[in-house]
Design a binder for this molecule. Structure first.
Ligand SMILES: CSC[C@@H](O)[C@@H](O)C(=O)COP(=O)(O)O
Length: 346
């Protein structure tokens, strides 16, 4: 077991981010002191994963008001504008917009404070968002663990791990907690084309934690399920719509369809900030499309003709009827999701 990697930290008045694009080969931490650099880190996926994007955005909002010295209303206007700017970084993970709103609403609730006090309160709010994420993940893990048994094989896709969050991860949280209990879970990590978050990140963090992890290519998931090696599939999410339809990393939908075929329960690990009751269903979740070079030139060389057409949606939507349960920090939600999510959030 090697020391756990911390992907996001606030230290000496700066945001410290582990550059996830360099993993697993290099462990490089960069220091961020401007909102523009935080925006860039989100766009280039140096920080990625819905909760980590939200936490980074909250600190980015704080960094963006450092030069404001005028009135309280000037500070609020700047915060609003900065929120609109950060919101252009990535479209799918609702945690980004949720964290921006939290910071704007925090400022709105501080009418009478001096500008310095407001800045202080906004830093406290960003730190609270950061700490809450850690607490939420542990609780999600405890709920997920009640659905598993010692010795189970679990398939996961992408990285909904400690690297994508403050600690524990969401989908990976039960793996860490099972380890604390002395259970032996066997985790299969889909490599997750095209950016390989499963092999570069999930395999790395679980391997460092001494958790039994096996990397497979995405196209092997059907085979391992057909061999009876998988007792549950657990994935994270970038946005859960009001009816339970869930956007997550491209390839998740395929895993859900396979799970249904092989009668394997398919669980979404969902922190409540990732549940978006304003979006009625999956049809209106904005799906990010990324540069096609991620597909045709991502392995250090061209893997297709340079000028060929390619299509690179970064997320897909799993319809609610393929989901066995949505596991949140507040409890486990089953169908009918719309009704039960409303009850959970009230
Ligand atoms: C706890 S992270 C949940 C999701 O954000 C994760 O599964 C995922 O799809 C991440 O996508 P990414 O494009 O790497 O940001």
């Amino acid at each position: 077991m090697t020391e756990a990697l911390v992907s996001i930290e606030w230290k000496n008045d700066a945001l410290i981010l582990l550059d996830q694009t360099k993993l697993p080969n290099e462990i490089i931490y960069d220091r961020y002191t401007t909102i523009q650099s935080v925006w860039d880190a989100i766009v280039t996926m140096k920080v990625r994963g819905a909760p980590a994007i939200g936490v980074a955005a909250a600190y980015g909002m704080y960094l963006g008001i450092q030069d404001v010295t005028g009135s309280v209303s000037e500070l609020k206007d700047t915060l609003q504008k900065n929120g609109e700017y950060l919101a252009t970084s990535r479209p799918t993970a609702v945690n980004l917009f949720w964290a921006i709103d939290r910071m704007v609403n925090c400022a709105a609730s501080l009418d009478d404070d001096s500008i310095e006090m407001m800045k202080e309160s906004l830093l406290t709010e960003a730190k609270r968002i950061h700490q809450e994420d850690e607490d939420i993940n542990r609780q999600i893990g405890e709920h997920l663990l009640t659905l598993l048994e010692d010795g189970n094989g679990i398939l996961t896709h992408c990285n909904a791990g400690a690297l994508a969050t403050s600690k524990y991860g969401t989908a990976t949280s039960p793996f860490y907690l099972a380890k604390e209990k002395g259970w032996d879970l066997k985790v299969y990590a889909d490599e997750t084309r095209p950016r390989l978050q499963g092999s570069t990140l999930t395999a790395l963090e679980l391997h460092r934690a001494g958790i039994d992890v096996t990397v497979i290519t995405d196209s092997m998931a059907a085979m391992v399920m057909s061999q009876g090696k998988i007792q549950a599939a657990i994935v994270g999410c970038d946005r859960v719509a009001a009816n339970g339809d869930t956007a997550n990393k491209i390839g998740t939908l395929g895993v859900a369809i396979l799970a249904k075929h092989y009668k394997v329960p398919f669980y979404i690990a969902a922190p409540t900030p990732t549940i978006d009751m304003q979006t009625a269903n999956g049809d209106t979740i904005p799906i990010e499309e990324r540069n096609i070079e991620e597909i045709i030139n991502s392995l250090g060389k061209w893997t297709a003709p340079k000028d060929v057409q390619a299509y690179n949606p970064a997320f897909d939507v799993t319809p609610a009827d393929l989901i066995t349960a949505i596991v949140t920090e507040k409890g486990i939600v089953h169908a009918p999701f719309e009704e039960n999510l409303k009850k959970l959030l009230n």
